[in-house]
Design a protein around this ligand. Sequence first.
Ligand SMILES: [Zn+2]
Length: 264
Amino acid sequence: MPELPEVQTVINGLNSLVIGKEIQKIIELRSGTLEWQIPITSLGKIESISRRGKYIILQTSLHYKLVIHLRMTGKLIFERDLDKTSSHSRAEIIFADKTKLIFDDVRTFGKIEVMKKNDDIPALKKLGAEPLSDKFNAEYLINKLRNKKAPIKTVLLDQSVIAGLGNIYVAEILYRCKIDPRKAGKTLRTAQIKEIIKYTKVVLQEAIKHNGTTISDYRSVEDKSGEFQNFLNVYGKKTCECGAEIHKIKQAGRSTYFCNICQS
Ligand SMILES: [Zn+2]
C-alpha cells in the first residue's frame, strides 16, 4: 500500500507534469471509482496539488477539487498517447492537450472524488498530525500515547494519531529507535518518544529522496519504481545487521518485522 513517501513522490511527479493542464473530461471505466458530489460540466485547469496523509488533492481553476486515495494498489500514470491504456485502468482524466492521467487500480479500493473547492473533506477531519510538520513533536505524541494500552506499532499505524504512516515505515522507524514494537504506547519513556519523532522525520525524508519503496506494485506517475526498498533494515528481511534473525509476527492483523536483539 502506498504510504506517505510514495504518495508524496506521486505528487512531486504530478507537479512537474500536469499543473496548468485543462481537464477536458473524466471517464469512469469501472463503476464506483468516481464519486461526483455535484454535477459538473467543466472543471477548469489544475492549479495546485497537495497531500494530507495518504490523500492527494488537486485544486482546479473553476473552484473544484479532485480528492484521490490510492488505497491498496492505486496508481496514477501519466500518458502522452491518448490511445494507450493500462491493464487495470479504472478511470482516466483526459486533458485538453491530448495527454491523460490513468487511474490504474488492481484491487479497486481506490477512489477519485470530485467536489467543490471549499467543501470539507470528511475523511481529512479525522486525520492526526502530519509527521513532517512541526505539529508532530514530542509534546503531541506524549499526549497521544498517555493512555494507550495498544502496542506502539499499532498506535503509529493509527491515522488519527499520525497521518500517512503504514506498515513498512513504522517497522523501519521503530528499528532505528531500537524500540520493541510490542511495547504498550503508554509505557514509552520521553527519550524514546523523542526518538520516534526524530526518526519518523528522518526515515520519511530519506524515503521521499529515494522516490518511495516498491515492494510489489507501487510506481511513480512516469511508471518508475521507488528505490527505498534497497535501504530497508527490517521490513521483509530475514537477518538483521547484528546477525540475529528478524522476527515476523502479527499485530492487529498486520505483519510486524523486528529484531529482538536490537529492539528491546
Ligand atoms: Zn539486530
